[in-house]
Write a protein that binds this ligand. Structure first.
Ligand code: GLC
Length: 809
């Protein structure tokens, strides 16, 4: 199959050679405050801090034409012919074109006749500007004059106001050309119903080169019954130069360029923000003038670009591997940690599919932070503190919370939510070794308003309170009550009367009790550790008493005490998650768990593009009157290949020591490989980012990869491959090196920064050397490099020798 893209791994780039993909393939550009995403065709949107409250530009997710609008550049030649380096929106045929996504930067290179345009979009650390770095080269032997227009359509910042109330509130704004700063300056000031808007930013659009004309109004720029493809201002070669004091705000700038023969002309557009447009006017405008003066200083843009690549190198260098399989190495070294950083920033909130209203899912963010814990422990710790501050005194945690928007948390109980925060505590402390985190005082969330705080307690008290909450919420089988759901949102269907119980949450609880007992022992608190062990034994016994179905683990018990996920059921006989988590929680005999995972292989693995979440899919209305869910068969939670849940199957097989199965499950979801297997037109999504789910075999759209980019799959795939397949896993007292090596791999090497020490780890199969792990030539008694051996050392070398056989170490 000829694919319209290729990877350039040395440059950590994907190069896309045809913009007409089945759906937008996006890249996130961000410095942590100012954010944007951009597609291979220049579609995209920008926001400052919150896509809900401070959305800077518009993007119509669900409408035609898809993937628009965006960050649009028009190159108008002297004869009026106009084209875009992003191909869209003008769509003029080009002689050569490509788009490249790299971590934090997207580049377009387009050629038409003698002209070649390069456009790079990025946001650098510390400077709140989306920089459009444009260079136009002239390959002819005569000078060429062109006019370059940059255009962006603004949003009314508060996105719900923009979608619901624009007819009124769009007259609460001001877009003007500031002659001192030579920029379009946009202030939205509808703060009447929303006090947060007093914080709203000043948005500016500027160029580094002199501008010939400007526009502040979408409709004036585009013209009657036209669209971004053929704006009247570009056709006429002049913008209207009028402010917009009501209407649909936008910014356009015209930059005339003369490109000398055989040479190139370079300049930038800057889409920037400054804080407090309203409460600190005109200081905000002053700040904008200073920022723009700095951005326009020669050398600044190149410095910013260099600081962006240094930032990413720092993030990625924490774990780098040399592997015998390049498709896997590319995921491990670049695209998995890139995506898991994005999900750490955006949770499930915003992408080309996700509208940007969802803020932070509590458990989602806990899981996203698991992958940040080993690369950026300080950042994960900061988010951990916030998440703990969202716990109620009874031990439960909300379902959604809003650190930036400062809206009340969504208090609905999904039984699993608090469990994940304990896993995060364990992951962070395993990485840092710093138990003092457990002694920090953190307030409780006030149940009266789900927003303010009451009292406070140590982190350790918060974590133990989770066990109190679960113990107070056990059902008739002594398993945790589901309430509104567990990890699986739709499972709440079986618990509408409040009695349904979750076997999956029970396994997670057992897993978490193990983590908490280990933390208690690390604190030398043996009585608490013993109490937690006893709870673990009690919950394990409850699972064993009712959970085994004969060839797999059941999934839940409904309100009437009937098992869900049982061989006699018509639909949903077997569910994936309880098979994998039984291994993770180490509940049941090895034979039971191997049998359960064999059932997964027989009944749930498509052997094509992943493992289904359950089978057979449930039927829904109108055929079935009280359906499990409205999802069509094979979609979403109803029999799709739920990629997030696949990650735990990979981990389970790795823990069972079955490398071929574990790597088979991993490989079949590597996006680039899944896309090739399924076919581009059917798979549709990015070959460099995981999706939430892939439509399952019971649906005619089998193979369509859905909800890309913002998925829990990102973090867990990163953990599955680095910590369980390659097996380099932080633990409270050191770094475990326990790979689950594919039978045909001779070995691999990894560079891993751990507790301040850069470890060079080599894993080698050999029958000529004694098996086992050594550090700087000295044999270690177990496969764990003790943290104490690394103290104050900038670097060290570890070697793991594995026998040449399929038996894992
Ligand atoms: C979505 C939700 C996540 C949930 C999962 C399964 O990914 O974001 O919170 O656990 O679906 O229901």
């Amino acid at each position: 199959m000829k694919l319209p893209y290729s990877f350039d791994d040395a440059r950590r780039a994907i190069r896309i050679t045809d913009p007409r993909l089945p759906q937008p393939w996006i890249n996130y550009l961000s410095n942590g405050d100012l954010h944007a995403f951009v597609s291979q065709a220049g579609g995209g949107l920008a926001w400052w801090k919150s896509p809900l409250k401070n959305r800077i530009s518009r993007y119509r997710q669900y409408n035609l034409p898809i993937d628009s609008p965006g960050f649009y550049t028009y190159i108008r030649e002297a004869d009026g012919t106009t084209w875009s380096p992003t191909w869209r929106p003008v769509e003029t045929p080009l002689d050569d074109w490509c788009a490249e996504h790299q971590p934090g930067l997207t580049r377009f290179i387009a050629r038409r006749g003698a002209l070649e345009a390069t456009l790079e979009l990025f946001i650098a650390p510390g400077t709140n500007s989306l920089i459009w770095d444009i260079s136009v080269a002239n390959h002819s032997d005569a000078a060429i004059k062109v006019d370059v227009f940059g255009y962006v359509e603004f949003c009314l910042l508060d996105w719900k106001q923009d979608t619901d109330w624009a007819c009124y509130v769009k007259h609460n704004l001001q877009v003007e050309f500031d002659t001192a700063a030579q920029c379009v300056a946009y202030v939205y000031r509808h703060f009447h119903f929303n006090p947060h808007l007093a914080d709203c930013p000043l948005v500016t659009f500027a160029a580094s080169a002199p501008v010939a004309s400007w526009s502040c109004d979408r409709d004036a720029f585009v013209g009657n019954y036209r669209d971004e493809r053929n704006p009247v201002a570009v056709e006429r070669n002049a913008c209207d130069n009028q402010p917009c004091l009501g209407g649909d705000p936008a910014a356009a700038l015209q930059v005339p360029l003369t490109v000398p023969a055989g040479s190139a002309a370079r300049f930038q557009f800057f889409l920037s923000t400054e804080e407090h447009a309203i409460i600190a006017w005109p200081r905000a405008l002053e700040a904008a003038r200073t920022t723009l003066a700095h951005l326009r200083t020669p050398g600044t843009v190149d410095q910013l670009k260099a600081s962006l690549s240094a930032w990413w190198a720092n993030h990625l260098d924490v774990f780098q591997a040399i592997l015998p399989d390049q498709d896997i190495a590319r995921q491990v070294n670049t695209w998995s940690p890139v995506q898991s950083l994005h999900t750490a920033r955006y949770s499930r909130s915003i992408s080309q599919h996700a509208a940007g209203v969802r803020t932070l899912g509590f458990r989602d963010t806990c899981q996203d932070m698991l992958a940040l814990a080993y690369r950026r422990p300080a950042q994960a710790t900061e988010m951990f503190r916030y998440l703990v501050s969202q716990q109620y005194e009874d031990g439960h945690t909300p379902h959604q919370c809003n650190p930036v928007e400062k809206l009340p948390a969504e208090s609905r109980i999904h039984i699993d939510n608090p469990l994940w925060v304990a896993m995060l505590a364990h992951a962070i402390i395993s990485e840092t070794g710093d138990l003092s985190l457990l002694d920090e005082q953190i307030p409780w969330l006030n149940a009266a308003d789900n927003l303010s705080h009451i009292g406070s307690a140590s982190v350790w008290t918060h974590l133990l309170r989770i066990t109190d909450f679960i113990e107070a919420n056990l059902g008739t089988h002594h398993l945790p009550l589901i309430h509104h759901g567990d990890w699986n949102d739709s499972i709440g269907k079986f618990a509408k009367k409040g009695k349904g119980e979750s076997l999956f949450a029970a396994q997670q609880y057992v897993f978490v009790l193990g983590h908490l007992a280990a933390l208690a022992r690390a604190r030398s608190d043996e009585p608490t550790a013993a109490r937690l062990d006893a709870l673990r034994e009690k919950q394990t016994a409850a699972i064993l008493a009712c959970g085994w179905d004969g060839a797999w683990w059941r999934r839940a018990f409904d309100d009437d005490g009937q098992p869900v996920g049982t061989a006699s059921a018509e639909f949903g006989k077997i569910w994936l998650n309880t098979q994998s988590w039984s291994v993770l929680a180490n509940v049941g005999t090895p034979e039971q768990n191997q049998r359960a995972m064999d059932s997964v292989a027989e009944l749930l693995d498509t052997n094509h593009c992943g493992i289904m979440k359950l089978t057979p899919s449930f039927k829904s209305f109108p055929e079935v009157q009280d359906p499990y869910s409205g999802y069509s068969p094979g979609c979403g939670e109803n029999g799709a290949i739920f990629c997030h849940a696949n990650t735990w199957a990979i981990i389970a097989e790795a823990l069972l020591g079955r490398p071929d199965k574990a790597w088979h499950y991993y490989r079949q979801l590597v996006p680039h490989l899944a896309l090739q297997k399924v076919g581009l037109e059917r798979y549709k999504a990015e070959p460099y980012a995981y999706v939430s789910n892939i439509i399952g075999p019971e649906n005619p759209k089998y193979g369509w990869a859905n909800v890309t980019q913002v998925s829990g799959t990102a973090a867990w795939m990163d953990l599955a491959v680095t910590q369980y397949l390659l097996g380099i896993r932080p633990e409270l007292d050191g770094l475990r090196v326990a790979p689950c090596l594919p039978s045909d791999w001779p070995g691999f090497t990894v560079t891993r920064l751990f507790r301040g020490c850069t470890l060079h780890i080599e894993v080698r199969r050999s029958n000529d050397e004694p098996p086992g792990l050594s550090l700087d030539g000295k044999a270690l008694p177990s496969p764990v490099i003790p943290a104490s051996a690394l103290a104050d050392r900038p670097s060290a070398s570890a070697l793991l020798i594995l026998p040449k056989s399929d038996v894992p170490y």
